[in-house]
Design a protein around this ligand. Structure first.
Ligand SMILES: Cc1ncc(COP(=O)(O)O)c(C=O)c1O
Length: 360
């Protein structure tokens, strides 16, 4: 066991008790609703975290990159959903190889993207991706029957259901309005599934996925699966959206004050290469906490260079070089991708180190 004071900073920490609580409570909520849980792996990229999710009943994982799919397939995890359009020769070749290994479903939104996969001569189970408001990938609901029918007619292709990422919920300032929009997204996806079935297509899976939507979309009538990712750690962004309270945030960056030359500012050794710059446009790189993890209301993480962070606010007057702080990132997934390993913390001491893999 190592004390936090002995760690070289910056360092990525995960609080084991908070992680376990987050994993267990999401699993229990989905179990209670009779909804399958397929968490997104991009948040942790860590097999030790994934095993905890599987132990609590996750049916498999959602992945965004080939590296994530490969890592989990190598680990023998079946029932993976690659929820990103496999476009370009390298991704098509990867998808065909990964499909051949079995246990993989693709998320697809057009015949154009699907057609090159037919050259592999392998079965292609797929979910039709539907846009329920984010405006990213996914067919418009009124084009779902036509698109699913055309993709399903390609040789080897088998429709397993529909999916959406209701990421537009991240733009809501009001939790009640967010939950209503989450329910609408789930209902819209279920109505698309009903239309596909009426057109004679098999559509057993109706899959929604997001952390802000995890208290609403999966509970809409007809939804069968939820794919939240960020919930394993939560983050300052999710606290702002009302998905969690700060005491649920399991991931923090440990940093030290390195300079206090200017009044009203303290400089720490965590910059955008420790935090990722996700959310900086919103005015902060994360929530500054004391070393015990209690948020410091009078200190703002106002800006960052690569390896320097700028803290401002009245509370910086208390800070001296050497002081340890912990920062709850704005976006846990972006922060994960900056690091090769994390330190597991229990009762304020480091009890383990886990590798983070499949990074860009
Ligand atoms: C396709 C898909 N499913 C699920 C998720 C998980 O959402 P969240 O990060 O809000 O947990 C994401 C997040 O980007 C996603 O893109």
């Amino acid at each position: 066991m190592t004390s936090l004071d002995a760690l070289a900073t910056p360092a990525l920490l995960v609080d084991r008790a908070r992680l376990d609580r987050n994993v267990a409570s999401m699993a229990s909520a989905m179990r209670g609703a009779g909804v399958a849980l397929r968490p997104h792996f991009k948040t942790s990229k860590c097999l030790e975290v994934a095993r905890r999710q599987l132990d609590q009943g996750a049916i498999g994982f959602t992945c965004s990159t080939p590296a994530e799919v490969r890592l989990l397939q190598d680990e023998g995890v079946g029932d993976l959903l690659w929820a990103h359009q496999p476009v370009g020769p390298a991704k098509v070749a990867f998808a065909i190889g990964a499909l051949r290994r079995g246990g993989l479903t693709l998320g697809l939104d057009s015949v154009e993207v699907a057609a090159p996969l037919a050259s592999g001569g392998v079965p292609v189970p797929f979910l039709l991706e539907v846009d329920t408001g984010l405006g990213r990938t996914g067919v418009d609901p009124d084009r779902a029957v036509e698109t699913a029918t055309r993709i399903a007619s390609l040789p080897g292709f088998a429709l397993r259901g529909v999916m959406t990422h209701e990421g537009h919920l991240g733009t809501y300032g009001d939790r009640t309005a967010l939950e209503e929009a989450g329910t609408r997204a789930g209902e819209l996806l279920a109505s698309v599934a009903a239309k596909l079935r009426a057109a004679g297509l098999d559509c057993p899976i109706v899959s929604v996925g997001s952390t802000p939507g995890a208290t609403s979309a999966p509970f809409a009538e007809g939804v069968t699966e939820a794919r939240p990712g960020t919930y394993v750690y939560y983050d300052s962004g999710q606290v702002r959206l009302g998905s969690a309270t700060p005491d649920r945030c399991a991931q923090t960056v440990l940093t030290r004050v390195v300079s206090t030359q200017r009044r009203g500012t303290a400089i720490v050794d965590a910059g955008i290469k420790a935090m990722s710059s996700d959310g900086l446009a919103g005015g902060s790189l994360g929530t500054v906490c004391d070393v015990a993890g209690r948020p410091l209301e009078d200190v703002l993480f106002a800006n960052g260079n690569e390896e320097h962070g700028y803290l401002t606010g009245e509370g910086t007057a208390r800070l001296r070089p050497g002081d340890l702080l912990r920062v709850i990132p704005n976006h846990a997934c972006g922060t994960t991708n900056m690091w090769s390993r994390l330190h597991v913390v229990e009762d304020g001491r480091v009890v383990d180190r886990w590798p983070i893999r499949a990074r860009h």
